[in-house]
Design a protein around this ligand. Structure first.
Ligand code: CA
Length: 229
């Protein structure tokens, strides 16, 4: 496996420095930029394997970058956010971030998040024996990680796909948010369970004909979620 290319977008030099130091030590190929516009220029030249993105940035903020990057594909994004603002975090996930880390954070923790997200994005492709699943107009292909509905390809992020695949592979089995965090995110101690809620909502908006009255991804109030084939 080649070295993963990680782009760090952070305007605070001390944070950018420590993050890149730890990532390089973990043998990632790291580029650091200090503002949003520079980040976009680099991304246009070569799409990173993962982006670590501060929310508050000069020129273009993290939300705007996420929106633009998401329009082009499903590269994993880990957001750096401040402790104070939960709404910021939720908004970041809504825009398509895969994960977030709250400042001040331990660089070790960030490195393990990077590892976990990359492992999922690259390696955790389901085994060869796994065949596409079809539910009415929806087709989920674990080999290509593509979902289509009536033949139209749906763009899902890495986590959205993992979540859908997990639920769909176990029809009618109820998963609690904690179970989904453990199975899809892997490091549940660090992640707010509302992450799951946000991803479920985004997934419904993409794959359900009527997201407010979902046919497949159903909520069992006070318990969790299940996939109804
Ligand atoms: Ca900042």
């Amino acid at each position: 496996m080649s070295e993963a290319y990680v782009l760090v977008v952070e305007d605070e030099p001390s944070i950018a420095e420590v993050v890149s130091l730890y990532l390089r030590r973990a043998r990632y190929n790291v580029q650091v930029v200090f503002d949003g516009r520079a980040a976009l220029e680099l991304i246009e030249r070569r799409m990173p394997d993962l982006i670590i993105l501060d929310l508050m940035l000069p020129k273009l903020d993290g939300y705007e970058i996420t929106r633009l990057v998401r329009a082009q594909g499903d590269v994993p994004i880990i957001m750096l956010t401040s402790r104070r603002s939960e709404t910021d975090r939720i908004a970041g996930l809504e825009m398509g971030a895969d994960d977030y880390v709250v400042k001040p954070f331990s660089p070790q923790e960030l490195v393990s998040r990077v590892r976990a997200v990359l492992r999922r994005a690259r390696g955790s492709a389901p085994g060869v024996e796994e065949r596409p699943l079809e539910f009415g107009a929806m087709r989920i292909d674990p080999q290509t990680r593509l979902v289509d509905i009536h033949g139209d390809e749906i763009q899902l992020t890495v986590k959205e796909f993992d979540l859908l695949w997990l639920l769909a592979r176990h029809p009618r089995q109820v998963f609690t948010r904690q179970q989904l965090l453990e199975k899809v995110w892997g490091l549940s101690d660090y992640i707010d369970p509302s992450t799951v809620t946000v991803h479920i909502r985004r997934l419904r908006e993409k794959v359900e004909a009527d997201p407010s009255n979902p046919a497949h991804i159903q909520t069992l109030w006070g318990v969790g979620y299940k996939f109804e084939p």
